[in-house]
Design a protein around this ligand. Structure first.
Ligand code: NAD
Length: 368
């Protein structure tokens, strides 16, 4: 049964199972702990494109702590289609003009911004001003300064802000965090990671326009590799040096195609990364004092695999988006900061800003 607004009101817990690997506290657990039965929180998706429609809406059919309560779209035909498909009442459907009226809608607890990057700041701030908690997709904004404005707006309105970093809920990547941060195989000495795909999509899409996307393969794909280096070490990089390659200048007129970088961390580890809109990459390889581990493929929605000293991690693939949204719903309920708050998005954008500065200067650039 799809969680429509009326059913959600009565949606007391029937099923006590926790999705494998998801660390979200389920309503069943809260109920078992003596808390009164809780209703699922309502999420409104803003932007019903590839990710909103292909991943988040289906994941919201599997969540235990939240459900798809509303949508914001500029396309009336999509509004009708989604309303039918997901049982969304007309009163929970907004467009970009009347979006602020969402403030008066008690069905919507959380607004999830799934728009082109240049629109993240505006819709995050408008959502916070409307009194809603916010999940904003990656990359958080066009630059770190915009991230700070978004964080400040949510603080001012006392709303929680989280970034759509689904891999913090993914078992193999969580294992890499544990192995690296706890020095399980001795200290990490080398990290090599890359993420990219061969772009064959619309040459006029927002992803290839600097004003809308901020950048190319680095902003879209490289951010995962930057994240992975940071969460494997549990440290913040202090400087970066980057170079780039462009083999299809007509397609990537405005944005970067392939970028290579080296990050300097306080612990002196050798950390290299790369991003691309013209290579299929997706790996995290780590060498330690006493061994090695990897996650490969590392960053997709499914099919993630990992090894410790050549032996399989034997961990499950889960619905990452469902785990991520369930966890945020729990954070909202408990008024607890998300493990992927706005500050996490800002940290990646500081690195990305410094990579672009390094491409311009040809030198090492300080991060921050
Ligand atoms: P998309 O192009 O498929 O969808 C974008 C949506 O924004 C569409 O519904 C479009 O109608 C709407 N939109 C509103 N104003 C627009 C404008 N001026 N120009 C273009 N579109 C406009 O993009 P997507 O792949 O769904 O990406 C959306 C966001 O989600 C991006 O920030 C992207 O980085 C992020 N994303 C995250 C993941 C992840 O794994 N976390 C995966 C894919 C995308």
């Amino acid at each position: 049964m799809k969680p429509g607004v009326n059913t959600s009101r009565r949606d007391f817990i029937r099923n006590g199972s926790i999705m494998a690997g998801a660390l979200a506290i389920s309503p069943a657990l809260l109920a078992a702990a003596g808390a009164s039965p809780v209703k699922k929180l309502g999420i409104a998706l803003v932007g019903l494109g590839g990710y909103g429609g292909g991943q988040l809406a289906p994941a919201l059919q599997q969540t235990q702590n939240c459900y798809l309560a509303g949508i914001v779209t500029g396309t009336p035909s999509k509004a009708e289609e989604w309303s039918k498909k997901y049982n969304i009442p007309q009163k929970n459907i907004y467009n970009y003009q009347n979006f602020d009226e969402i403030a008066k809608n008690p069905d919507i607890d959380i607004v999830y911004v799934v728009l082109p990057v240049s629109m993240h700041k505006e819709y995050t701030i408008r959502a916070a001003k409307a009194g809603k908690h916010v999940i904003c997709e990656k990359p958080m904004a066009l630059n770190a300064a915009d991230c700070r404005e978004m964080i400040a707006a949510c603080k001012k309105t006392n709303r929680l802000l989280s970034i759509g970093y689904r891999l913090h809920f993914e078992p193999h990547n969580m294992e890499a965090m544990r192995l690296g941060q706890k020095n399980v195989l001795g200290k990490v000495t080398v990290i090599d990671t890359g993420n990219g795909f061969v772009y064959t999509g619309d040459p006029n899409a927002w992803r290839l326009k600097k004003a809308l996307a901020g950048g190319g393969g680095l902003m879209d794909m490289g951010i995962y590799a930057i994240q992975a280096a940071r969460y494997t070490l549990g440290q913040e990089p202090i400087a970066v040096k980057a170079t780039q390659e462009k083999t299809k200048p007509e397609l990537f007129k405005e944005v970067d195609e392939t970028i290579f970088w080296e990050l300097k961390f306080p612990g002196g580890q050798k950390v290299t990364g790369k991003s691309s809109y013209n290579n299929n990459w997706g790996y995290l390889r780590v060498t330690t004092e006493k061994g090695k581990f990897d996650v490969e493929p590392a960053y997709g929605y499914d099919g993630i695999d990992g090894h410790i000293n050549g032996k399989p991690m034997n961990l499950p693939n889960i619905n990452q988006q469902a785990a991520q949204m369930d966890d945020f719903a729990t954070c909202v309920r408990l008024n607890k900061t998300s493990r992927v708050p706005g500050e996490e998005g800002e940290k990646d954008m500081k690195v990305i800003d410094a990579i672009y500065r390094s491409l311009d200067s040809g030198k090492w650039e300080k991060i921050g």
